[in-house]
Design a protein around this ligand. Structure first.
Ligand SMILES: NC(=O)c1ccc[n+]([C@@H]2O[C@H](COP(=O)([O-])OP(=O)(O)OC[C@H]3O[C@@H](n4cnc5c(N)ncnc54)[C@H](OP(=O)(O)O)[C@@H]3O)[C@@H](O)[C@H]2O)c1
Length: 314
């Protein structure tokens, strides 16, 4: 087990984050219809007031609008906020130098001199993890990011990135992957265990499975748009899991299904970054931290989620 490095320690102290994909995204998230800048600002303020101080954005979210909005908010508040953003590996970006250039653009939109975490959004066949880490090391050396992360890297690529970055004397801070009660791959394929071994923070994206693990959607009441089609099969399978989550939520007084979903990830050692569209969602999600499910409850949730996931296998 590698000790968490001093540079990366702050990330291990964060229990809950806030995802900013919803900020400006019309296609999947219905920005402009289900939520506008007003609700986004309220979501941000409530999250901050409830102790959530880590925001995850990306240059691609809302084609830069998410970063712009965050930059505007940051100028108007006094509390310190940890900012994470991401490099998108477009096929025409195949040299290490494209990475600091892209970060410069993000910093301009964010109106910041540096971010706390700069992540590679996806791996790509046109740039090796080694070349990517050369670019990331330059970002650290220029003082434009405090730490370096990857996203959607499997265990093998993550280790290549870890080794490559270590050659520059920089420990890899995080790997952001899809992880929820309905998506257990990081646990099953060894990524989570390897992250713990190497002191890398595993950041869990889509921790509410894009809204399914809130209990509000069903086969009869699917989410609108792309998500409805994407999750049609899963929605038929989840009622027993949602019932169990509801029962467990009640064991903890006034907790909710969403909070059980988020707390399960915290119990597994991951950092969830749920997206939210309004004050109510932001309040609930912040309340996913600061308490713990029992080991027995985690085991029961594991068992029920395994049943749902197995039924979904071809
Ligand atoms: N690295 C990557 O490739 C990658 C990929 C995906 C996401 N991410 C990051 O991870 C973040 C979170 O993932 P995500 O946005 O995909 O999905 P998520 O957090 O699992 O789900 C967010 C959605 O669920 C609904 N919701 C959230 N909290 C709720 C609550 N308490 N009660 C009821 N409904 C609630 C809202 O949508 P509705 O109200 O419309 O249902 C919200 O937009 C993103 O914002 C982004 O920062 C990264």
């Amino acid at each position: 087990m590698t000790e968490v490095s001093n540079e990366n320690r702050f990330l291990h102290a964060v229990e809950m984050g806030l995802g900013a994909w919803q900020w400006g995204d019309r296609i999947i998230w219905g920005y402009g219809q289900t939520h506008t800048d007003k609700e986004i600002r309220e979501t941000f303020d409530v999250s901050l007031n409830l102790g959530v101080r880590f925001v995850d954005t990306a240059e691609i979210y809302g084609s830069g609008y998410s970063e712009r909005l965050l930059g505007k908010f940051l100028k108007e508040i006094e509390q310190p906020v940890l900012v994470a953003t991401k490099f998108f590996p477009w096929p025409w970006r195949f040299t290490a130098g494209t990475i600091p250039r892209a970060l410069k653009g993000s910093l301009e939109r964010l109106k910041l001199d540096s971010v706390d975490l700069y992540q590679i959004h996806w791996s790509t066949p046109v740039m090796s993890p080694e070349t990517m880490m050369d670019g990331m090391a330059e970002c650290v050396q220029r003082g434009w990011t405090r730490t370096v992360g990857v996203s959607n890297f499997d265990e093998r690529k993550m280790i290549r990135a870890y080794v490559a970055l270590m050659r520059h004397g920089i420990p890899l801070a995080s790997n952001q992957v899809h992880y929820s009660l309905l998506r257990r791959d990081p646990e099953k394929d060894g990524t989570l265990a390897r992250c713990k071994d190497l002191g890398i923070r595993l950041i869990a994206y889509s921790p509410l499975e894009m809204g399914l693990l809130t209990g509000k959607y069903s086969a009869q009441n699917p989410p609108a748009g792309v998500r409805g089609a994407q999750y049609a099969e899963m929605l038929k399978r989840i009622p027993p899991l949602i019932d169990l989550m509801q029962e467990i939520a009640l064991n903890h007084g006034d907790k909710t299904v969403s909070q059980v979903a988020l707390n399960w990830l915290i119990c597994k050692g991951a950092l969830p970054i749920p997206g939210a569209k309004n004050i109510r969602q932001a309040e609930q999600n912040a309340g996913g931290a600061g308490w713990r499910l029992t080991d027995d409850e985690v085991a029961k949730l594991d068992e029920e989620s395994d049943k749902v996931n197995q039924k979904l296998l071809p």
